[in-house]
Design a binder for this molecule. Structure first.
Ligand SMILES: [Zn+2]
Length: 392
């Protein structure tokens, strides 16, 4: 009965929606007035788009599920045959604006929208963007868009010059997509390091830009990197949450679970995959000496490290690495301590594998050149420390 009472309103809503929105064959290019909205690509998110009046639009940015932390991810394309400036108000519902919008015409070169063109309302939970729209499609996104295909093609291009780097399917995601580990192993070497990137889809600065620079440094042609690769096996999970990345999720995997809170329970295929892989390697005799989990935070950069309780039991790689960075480079390291009980990835390394590990956090809006330089420098100093320790 309740439904029948509401029927006229529902029919009216359907009529209005159909009359002002025309969908093309892809189903995700939508024309609203003179504006064409594109949410057809991997990583896109804009849940609803409406014209309010001439030149003024509203877009809703909604999370994949709740509860979730306040990190509204948006990514969409806009174009118009008529060149025009529009105001687009992004509405975040119960959440606060977090990311400075980035603009691109090719999804390769990005620049942040100038602060004079963004009005943030922390009471209404909105950000109003002033955008110049033309027949050339403008991509607007919370961070640079990095689909799984883009990460995998970066790996494939690196492998052309690194025949020892193997790309292996280590498991499946929730959506039954392949999930990869990259292996670089040596005969008669058991010392190993592990890199994990992008459990949280929007965390491009540390999770993709920083990670790629770090990884490219470890796999570079320098004498240090070559010696390091001969002395350590390297296992990398370059994109642990490809479903979340391609769905344009704010934080979770396709089951709506925060993977970096699942390292005690292991309820998800992505975390189970890492656990099974590493435990198999340990059974084969590998010694996991160090792990890094790459992320990004609002207040980064910093390294998330274990509280002091058990540091004396370790090889002191972390304090020596930090000291080495601060002695030989211009980068200062902020280390933040967390409890060993939290279900975070690095605690799994400490508690279950007996190896040191950190969460590597860069910051949302840190200059991308600095992110790359810092990751390169941090990678070089870590390789030196691990080689100096002569572990094993
Ligand atoms: Zn994160």
């Amino acid at each position: 009965m309740q439904y029948l009472k509401k029927l006229p309103l529902i029919l009216l809503t359907v009529f209005i929606t159909i009359s002002c929105v025309k969908k093309d064959k892809t189903g995700s290019q939508t024309s609203i007035g003179e504006i064409v909205l594109d949410t057809s690509f991997a990583g896109a998110r804009l849940n609803k788009f409406q014209k309010i009046k001439e030149g003024k639009y509203v877009g809703y940015v909604l999370p994949e599920n709740e509860p979730i932390n306040s990190s509204p991810w948006f990514a969409f394309g806009l174009k118009s045959e008529k060149k025009q400036q529009i105001e687009l108000q992004l509405k975040y519902g119960a959440y606060q604006h977090r990311y400075v919008p980035k603009l691109s015409y090719d999804k390769i070169n990005w620049k942040p929208l100038e602060s004079s063109k963004i009005k943030i309302d922390i009471v209404q939970h909105t950000a109003t963007l002033s955008l110049n729209i033309s027949s050339r499609k403008l991509f607007v996104a919370a961070q640079e868009i990095e689909s799984s295909a883009k990460t995998y093609s970066w790996i494939d291009s690196l492998r052309l010059s690194l025949p020892g780097l193997k790309k292996v399917v280590a498991g499946k995601t929730v959506l039954d997509n392949d999930n990869y580990v990259l292996l670089h192993e040596n005969e008669n070497v058991t010392n190993s390091v592990v890199f994990i990137a992008r459990q949280h889809p929007p965390e491009i600065p540390g999770g993709t830009i920083g990670f790629k620079s770090f990884f490219e440094t470890v796999f570079s042609d320098s004498e240090l990197a070559r010696l390091f690769r001969q002395s350590f096996n390297i296992y990398s999970f370059p994109l642990l949450n490809p479903d979340g990345a391609d769905l344009g999720n704010w934080r979770h995997n396709a089951n709506g679970v925060d993977l970096n809170r699942d390292w005690i329970e292991f309820s998800q295929p992505e975390t189970q995959m890492v656990k099974h892989f590493l435990e198999k390697k340990v059974k084969e005799g590998m010694k996991i000496r160090f792990g890094i989990d790459f992320h990004t935070s609002y207040s980064g950069p910093y390294l998330l490290v274990l509280d002091s309780i058990n540091e004396t039991k370790t090889n002191k790689i972390i304090p020596d690495w930090i000291a080495q960075i601060e002695k030989t480079t211009n980068f200062k390291v902020q280390a933040r301590r967390r409890s060993q009980e939290l279900p975070y990835c690095y605690n799994y390394f400490f508690n279950e594998l007996g190896s040191e590990a950190v969460t590597y956090e860069d910051g949302d809006e840190i200059d991308r050149t600095i992110i790359k330089e810092k990751a390169k420098s941090h990678a070089e100093e870590l390789m030196k420390v691990l080689l100096q320790k002569k572990i094993g």
